[in-house]
Design a protein around this ligand. Structure first.
Ligand code: ARG
Length: 574
């Protein structure tokens, strides 16, 4: 149940019955605790202006049409044309009762669409580092939410497995006559080869040669390539499992997957006169993008030596996702630096007719993770921080914190379990709770803090509600009785619980999990106030006590569902 949607429907129906068709300006805003009313209808002023009529009159007419619905206690009109909505608490009680009976907390399914989410996508032969964290967990959160809403989600891990890094490793292995079997750590070989590549002309030519050889599927190169790819995939799989991310090997559709299509893409673009030959390379010139001199920007899709590029692969990939996977929506999760690349690919894809009109393509770009000194978060020696070691560190730190906080004895097994849930949850939640478009500073103390909008706090808030039931020795599932909202604290909590669907929808549409995180945090804060002011343990009136227990139960379920839906695990007791 989505209050915003219902309100929008009521307003639109009212406008249409008044003969007004242009309803696109209508925006419903949730006023939260900021105002005495609960929702506000905005946009009527714009509509009135366009029609050259009095906005206050229009708002009054709309308000008299919608106030007949029993979900409103009061509908107020104010100058120059705002409508404020006060919800009827009897209606809220009914809706909460419907929520209890629903396994999905009365969140409606949406019209099913094919949504491709391109996320994580690390480059192969290098170890995953902290730079892959955001793409992996933001993308995974959106995948989970979209699925919960009823979409068909196709997870695409577009791993970088067809680039020059292989030429480097192969050249290095050949030069030192090393057996790829004995080299499990390709990351190190890659780093050594990279130094050589940058400083040794002869070696760099060899790298180019082997890259080309691989790309023309030379047998011996392919053999080494497969080994490297498989080793990396195995390693990354462990990280995904540790991170509680839903990616599996089945979701890998890396660059090499498109290798047989690249030649045709270039030909197609040449035939359609979208790409032209320019100083030996094949280039698409885009009028909407300007280069430094103010001339149309050129995107190379084939190099002089015949080699293909990142952009060529993404074009093939886009075409495949449209034509074969029948995508309704494609979302890319990479950092902000690739935005221009994707905008150019989309532009070329449109010109070439690969993208149907109904298809939506979005780049959900994100900012960087910084260290305290506002520089990119790296090791002291300036290297990338390995993701696997970061996760280990989080678990270790969580362990220390739990051990010092706990005054009762705890088994090693339980400590390991808690440390993993809290440590990993903390890293993920910290990231998800930040607006993805901005940079954030990685700070262990804040990440693992038990107060504020953090995973440890949210996980603790959840266990505290469960402990109420344990103390009273009542089962949550057999709760009988009615919800009665009698005071401000109960009202606020009740209304907040009903916001769940509109928050989920907003989070999904924008691909911004921080919206949901903030909601869950506010919900737990409202619950704390309610719990402090409205006694459950000491209330003698069984009806009131039962109503409050049901509210507590619903809060716990909403917290759990909300956290799980972005990939954060809850804990039943600490
Ligand atoms: N492998 C790329 C990188 O590490 C990200 C790929 C994103 N997806 C895509 N279709 N280009 O930067």
């Amino acid at each position: 149940m989505n209050i915003k949607l219902i309100l929008k429907k009521h307003t639109s129906q009212a406008l249409i019955s008044l003969g007004i068709k242009n309803i696109k300006y209508i925006v419903i805003n949730n006023t939260g605790q900021k105002k005495p009313w609960n929702y506000q209808i905005d946009g009527l002023i714009k509509i009135a202006k366009e029609l050259n009529i009095n906005s206050f009159n229009l708002a009054n007419k709309v308000s008299s049409k919608i106030r007949i619905h029993n979900m409103y206690k009061k509908v107020l009109v104010s100058q120059p044309g705002f409508i404020s909505i006060f919800l009827n608490m009897l209606w809220v009680e009914k809706k909460l009762e419907k929520k209890i009976k629903s396994a999905r907390l009365d969140v409606n399914y949406v019209k099913k669409k094919n949504i491709i989410i391109d996320y994580s996508s690390p480059n192969v032969a290098k170890e995953m580092h902290v730079g892959h964290l955001r793409s992996t967990i933001l993308g995974d959160a959106t995948a989970r939410i979209m699925e919960f809403l009823g979409h068909n989600v196709i997870r695409a891990n577009h791993i970088g497995d067809w680039g020059m890094q292989f030429g480097m490793i192969i050249a290095y292995l050949k030069q030192y006559k090393a057996n790829p079997e004995t080299f499990k750590n390709y990351n190190e070989i890659y780093q050594k080869a990279k130094i050589k590549y940058d400083n040794d002309k002869l070696f760099s030519n060899k790298v180019k040669l082997y890259t080309k050889k691989l790309q023309s599927e030379d047998k011996s190169c392919m053999k080494i390539w497969k080994k490297i790819v498989n080793t990396t995939i195995k390693k990354n799989g462990k990280i995904y499992k540790n991170l509680n991310v839903t990616l599996t090997n089945k979701n890998i559709m890396g660059e090499s997957f498109y290798r047989k299509m690249l030649f045709n893409i270039v030909n197609d673009l040449k035939e359609k006169k979208i790409a032209v030959e320019y100083h030996g390379s094949i280039i698409v010139f885009l009028n909407n993008f300007k280069n430094r001199d103010g001339n149309p920007m050129g995107v190379i899709i084939q190099k002089k030596d015949g080699g293909f590029l990142y952009s060529t692969i993404d074009l093939a990939c886009l075409k495949y996702r449209c034509e074969t996977l029948h995508a309704d929506k494609i979302i890319y999760y990479t950092d902000i630096r690739q935005n221009k690349h994707f905008m150019q690919i989309i532009e070329i894809g449109k010109k070439a007719g690969y993208i149907p009109n109904y298809l939506k393509i979005e780049h959900h770009m994100f900012g960087m993770i910084l260290s305290e000194d506002n520089h990119p978060f790296k090791t002291r020696s300036g290297n990338n921080i390995k993701l696997s070691s970061l996760l280990e560190k989080a678990i270790k730190k969580a362990k220390t914190i739990i051990a010092t906080k706990k005054n009762t004895k705890i088994s090693q097994k339980r400590l390991d379990f808690l440390a993993k849930r809290i440590g990993i949850g903390a890293i993920k939640y910290f990231d998800l709770s930040k607006n993805r478009t901005t940079n954030y500073v990685f700070n262990w103390n804040k990440i693992l803090s038990f107060s504020g909008n953090t995973a440890p706090y949210m996980q603790y808030a959840y266990t505290r509600i469960l402990s109420i039931f344990r103390k009273l020795n009542v089962s949550m599932i057999n709760l009988q009785g009615k919800i009665q909202l009698k005071n401000k604290f109960e009202n606020q909590l009740g209304i907040k619980l009903l916001e769940f669907e509109e928050i989920i929808t907003d989070t999904a549409n924008k691909g911004m999990p921080h919206i949901l995180c903030l909601y869950l945090y506010q919900l737990s804060t409202l619950f704390s106030q309610f719990y402090e002011k409205c006694s459950i343990l000491f209330s003698k009136n069984t009806e009131i006590r039962c109503s409050r227990l049901i509210l507590a139960f619903l809060t716990a379920r909403t917290l759990k569902k909300g956290l799980n839906i972005i990939g954060i695990s809850t804990i039943n007791y600490m």
